[in-house]
Design a protein around this ligand. Structure first.
Ligand code: PAF
Length: 285
């Protein structure tokens, strides 16, 4: 496996692979890799001949400087994890100056899907995601790019960007990987204190109860209140938002019959750590 830090070398190795008739897969990451990322990388390796993994903590998608400062950076461990467990060919780990020699002033307008949930609570976040992902798409021009479904809204926005900008790239959404106790695997889990790690699985457990026990007795807005109250009663947990939305438009649903695809998306602080997760209430067959 090769580690590359410059865009010119990245373009060169990808061009050689393409000249040999290989299909190209891209897995964009911010590093601090875990089994969730490995599942994306393994999927990419099983579907593409040549796989590039980018490891770059993208400053333009952070609207909280403290969050950017404390984001885990573990490149050596990341490379070892990839090499020991996958057959990926390239890790692209550029510097901030390499990616942004000048400030990226591009403004993306994704409309209503970017104005709710994370878009509302983290202004500028998706613009930053679109800046880096569009650059990676232009550098690598992959046949397929892989993203996790934990970042449900991010995945929807990237699909929209691909459509809007006419990238010829297939976006592959990969299922959330969870620990046995139900907590979604995330780089941020490493920041949890021991007692916080012990209660964090309650977030997904509460969402599951809201599907299994509550959905047919309550309206979506009543379920939102129930989930929020239930979680906020637990020490260390504080819900930033819980939204029940149409899985395609990401707009709130008022009634379970409004659409065939209904998803609940949550952001909940566990101590100081901002965790996100989601659950499907309904999906069309
Ligand atoms: O999901 C992430 O880790 C990041 O938002 C991404 C897609 C790698 C862009 O920096």
């Amino acid at each position: 496996m090769k580690t590359i830090a410059t865009i010119s070398e990245l373009k060169q190795v990808v061009a050689s692979a393409r000249a040999e008739g290989k299909t190209i897969g891209l897995v964009p990451t911010m590093g601090a890799l875990h089994i969730g990322h490995l599942s994306l990388i393994k999927r990419a390796c099983s579907e593409c001949d040549f796989v590039v993994i980018s490891v770059f903590v993208n400053p333009t998608q952070f609207n909280n400087p403290e969050d950017l400062r404390t984001y885990p950076r573990t490149l050596e461990a990341d490379k070892k994890l990839i090499e020991d467990n996958t057959s990926a060919q390239v890790v692209f780990a550029p510097s901030v100056e390499e990616i942004y020699p000048e400030p990226d002033t591009r403004q993306f307008a994704f409309g209503p899907i970017a104005e709710v949930m994370e878009g509302e609570h983290r202004p500028g976040h998706f613009n930053g995601v679109a800046q880096i992902v569009s650059k990676l798409f232009m550098f690598v021009e992959p046949d397929k790019a892989y993203f996790g479904e934990k970042d449900f809204q991010q995945l929807a926005i990237i699909r929209k960007m691909v459509k809007d900008l006419d990238f010829k790239i297939q976006i592959v959404g990969c299922p959330i990987v969870r620990y046995m106790d139900g907590l979604a695997v995330s780089s941020r889990n490493a920041l949890l204190q021991e007692d916080e790690r012990a209660i964090a699985p309650i977030i997904q457990a509460t969402l599951r109860r809201s599907v299994e026990e509550k959905q047919y007795e309550m309206t979506p807005s009543e379920v939102i209140s129930w989930v929020t109250k239930t979680l906020n009663k637990i020490e260390h947990l504080e819900v930033e938002y819980y939204s029940i939305v149409d899985g395609l438009t990401l707009q709130p649903v008022n009634d379970w019959t409004d659409t065939d695809y209904v998803v609940g998306c949550i952001t909940c602080y566990c101590g100081k750590v901002r965790l996100i997760d989601n659950i499907t209430y309904k999906v069309s067959e």
